[in-house]
Design a protein around this ligand. Structure first.
Ligand SMILES: Nc1ncnc2c1ncn2[C@@H]1O[C@H](COP(=O)(O)OP(=O)(O)O)[C@@H](O)[C@H]1O
Ligand SMILES: [Mg+2]
Length: 336
């Protein structure tokens, strides 16, 4: 089962440039989380900090008792083996077949026999739906297939934590939908803790159990998907509605005059109700995601601390989920 990742007060800058400050969140074990944020807000820097490749100057990242920021380098190196990374560009070697690309981490980091390597690689190739393409070069296949090959490679060392950096970049909406389903199917099959960094709204709406957003050097919010999806926070609402009007500008920051000029338009758009679409389920034939029951207990345990809109959305989610026993909904003070 996946491992919990606890991030406490993480603060990172490069020289005088502050990237983000005081980021605190927990990736619950085996659940799927998404981190949203405009380009340049330090999402990739965040992923690299989780695996200890970049060193924030403050805070901790705790995994199985090891702090990926401050623990001895040897412990960090060992703990890094729990991770599977899917990079933004796929990062495949152009002159190697898909098979050799996917086998690479096994040949590099283990002493497994070639027969064992073949068995593992072919199994992962099947999981990501690339059977038959293993002999091809990266240049001979589509962008979507390259993404899936990158994912297969991230899986060969049996990761318990999977980080995906903008897995949708360069994919059309149909391929992105397939990828979303693949991520959920993967979670059902291996129960790993997953963090997906993206600015794709379809992935954000359909894939994660939890969601957060980085903006202006801060973590705007992080929690159950319903919290962000019902948020009235201007920056979150603008992002989710894909509007031009709001605090997010082309240059990331806007001046006060521009913001004021847009306020009216933004008010009009905010009046539009946002609907929460159901989270994707694993494909037929796959086991149910083990995280679902854990997540339900966890979220119901914290529901009283959540904003009213999120509370009622969560109650609706669980009341409607197929086969779930009806939840007792308090008659008074439920905020619904
Ligand atoms: N190794 C580095 N050294 C200095 N600055 C960096 C380094 N890596 C990233 N940055 C800066 O950090 C900021 C955030 O980058 P990044 O994490 O790539 O954003 P995102 O992934 O959200 O688009 C950018 O301004 C980038 O120039
Ligand atoms: Mg990035």
């Amino acid at each position: 089962m996946g491992i919990e990742v606890v991030v406490e007060g993480l603060t990172k800058s490069f020289g005088k440039q502050s990237i983000w400050r005081d980021v605190t969140l927990t990736l619950p074990a085996g659940e799927v989380s998404v981190m949203l944020g405009p380009s340049g807000t330090g999402k990739t820097v965040f992923l690299k900090s989780l695996i200890g490749l970049l060193k924030p100057e403050k805070g901790r990242v705790l995994i199985n008792g090891v702090d990926m920021v401050n623990s001895p380098e040897r412990d960090i190196y060992e703990t890094r083996k729990l991770f599977g990374l899917m990079f933004q560009d796929g990062a495949l070697f152009g002159s190697m077949s898909l098979f050799d690309n996917i086998a690479f981490p096994l040949r590099e980091h283990t002493r497994k026999k070639e027969s064992e390597i073949r068995r593992i690689v072919m199994e992962r190739i099947e999981v990501v739906g690339l059977l038959g393409a293993e002999g091809k070069l990266p240049g001979e296949i589509s962008g979507g297939m390259r993404k899936r090959a990158g994912l297969a490679r991230a899986l060969v060392l049996d990761p318990q934590i999977i980080l995906c950096d903008e897995p949708d970049s360069g994919l059309d909406p149909v391929r992105t939908a397939y990828l979303s389903q693949l991520l959920i199917d993967l979670n059902a099959q291996i129960d790993a803790t997953m963090l997906i960094v993206t600015h794709n709204l379809d992935i954000a709406a359909t894939v994660p159990d939890n969601m957060g957003m980085l903006f202006r050097r801060e973590l705007v919010t992080f929690g159950p998907r319903e919290v962000l999806l019902t948020s009235e926070e201007p920056v979150v609402a603008q992002f989710l509605d894909g509007r031009r009007e709001g605090p997010i500008g082309m240059s990331e920051e806007k001046d006060a005059a521009t913001l004021a000029a847009e306020a009216d338009a933004a008010d009009a758009a905010a009046a539009r109700p946002r609907t929460i679409v159901p989270q994707l389920e694993p494909s037929p034939g796959l086991p149910p995601r083990r995280a679902v029951a854990r997540r339900r207990d966890r979220v119901m345990g914290m529901i009283d601390q959540l904003p009213p809109a999120a509370r009622s959305a969560i109650r609706r989610t669980y009341a409607e989920s197929a086969g779930a026993p009806t939840l007792p909904i308090p008659a008074a003070g439920s905020g619904t």
